[in-house]
Design a protein around this ligand. Structure first.
Ligand code: AMP
Ligand code: MG
Length: 332
């Protein structure tokens, strides 16, 4: 609930200062809170909301009748959206050497991140479940998706980004030039503000509900954030967050607090925010400098010592300069 409130406050702050009133819709979806502010007609804003709700109904792995639910039960599904989102996700799985892997789902379940009955699984259980984690065994063929027995997929790491892309396409089709869509932390800044200036999007402050530690200036870009504060439990003074390392089956634990990715492509933003979170600051930096599989992107990575790694293309303003140390990441 805290997170829902923080997302709502952040987006309200974002909108102040605009002269024309947008069509604004708020709703819960994909296990989070969403707010759409569209400088266009009401019908278009509602069509965007309905499209996101439609995708949620297809992708919800916890719903046996959803397309992903059916895939997980039978090993097969034919669906254009499930196919497309996996096609994009698999590129990121390959490029990041499996730091992103949608087949980690049985472990996500075992840790209790779905039921919220949290616990640290024993080594034998982790080893057993890890045997079925392997994105290379997901087969795609003309809208058809096949997975092996005992494998189960979860599109939670990429669904909001894919939804942001679909929403953007729908807005373009309806000739909307300006909108800000906050899909539970994946924010699509469409065009510029109605007055022509850039959108300012807040990046959540892990230490303060509703606050943000930095803002980024965006023009027609998407920013997706993965944070250890989003869903976690604590045991013996240690925090275990909802992002797992698919190689070990353990909760990612490398000092990263949050990763935000900025690019034109929502799916890649969302997928990479999860993947770079798993990699940690050092590997993320090396990956960013060398990767050539995906279009270029920018990132902001906050670690638990207060270091903020920022790539050269980001226009970032820290809310409290004293509290953080900026480390510039460049390809030079
Ligand atoms: P995000 O908030 O976009 O980083 O996505 C996190 C969600 O994706 C989690 O709640 C899990 O359902 C799932 N997940 C966790 N770890 C991974 C991973 N390494 N690769 C793919 N999906 C993951
Ligand atoms: Mg993600």
């Amino acid at each position: 609930m805290k997170r829902l409130l923080s997302l709502l406050l952040a987006s309200v702050l974002l909108l102040s200062g605009c002269s024309v009133n947008p069509e604004t819709l708020s709703f819960e979806c994909m296990d989070t809170f969403m707010q759409l502010s569209v400088y266009g007609d009401k019908k278009t804003a509602e069509a965007v909301r309905d499209e996101i709700l439609r995708l949620d109904a297809l992708f919800n792995a916890n719903e046996p009748d959803s397309q992903v639910g059916k895939l997980n039960q039978s090993g097969f599904v034919e669906d254009a959206d499930v196919f497309s989102v996996l096609e994009g996700a698999l590129k990121v799985c390959q490029s990041t050497d499996g730091a992103l892997d949608p087949s980690v789902y049985p472990l996500v379940e075992e840790w209790g991140f779905i039921s919220r009955d949290f616990h640290i699984p024993g080594k034998a259980t982790i080893d057993e479940l890890l045997q079925h984690v392997d994105y290379t065994k997901i087969a795609l063929n003309f809208n058809r998706v096949y997975i092996p027995e005992k494998m189960k997929l979860d599109l939670g790491a990429v669904a909001k980004g894919y939804a942001a892309d679909k929403a953007k396409a729908l807005l373009a089709k309806n000739e909307v030039k300006s909108a800000i869509l906050n899909l539970g932390g994946t924010v699509a800044a469409v065009g510029a503000k109605p007055d022509g200036s850039d959108w300012k999007v807040g990046i959540s402050d892990p230490g303060s509900t509703g606050g943000y530690f930095a803002t980024v200036s965006l023009h027609d870009k998407i920013v997706a954030t993965s944070g250890s504060y989003e869903r976690y439990f604590e045991q013996d003074g240690k925090r275990y967050c909802h992002i797992l390392d698919p190689k070990t089956g353990m909760s990612a634990d490398n000092g990263v607090v949050s990763v935000s990715i900025i690019s034109d492509n929502g799916l890649y933003c969302d997928a990479l925010s999860t993947a770079l979170f798993v990699m940690g600051a050092e590997k993320a930096q090396a990956y960013w400098k060398t990767q050539q599989d995906l279009p270029p992107f920018d990132y902001i990575l906050l670690d638990d010592t207060g270091k903020v790694y920022v790539t050269a293309g980001v226009e970032l303003t820290l809310t409290d300069k004293e509290k953080y140390e900026v480390v510039e990441v460049s390809d030079k």
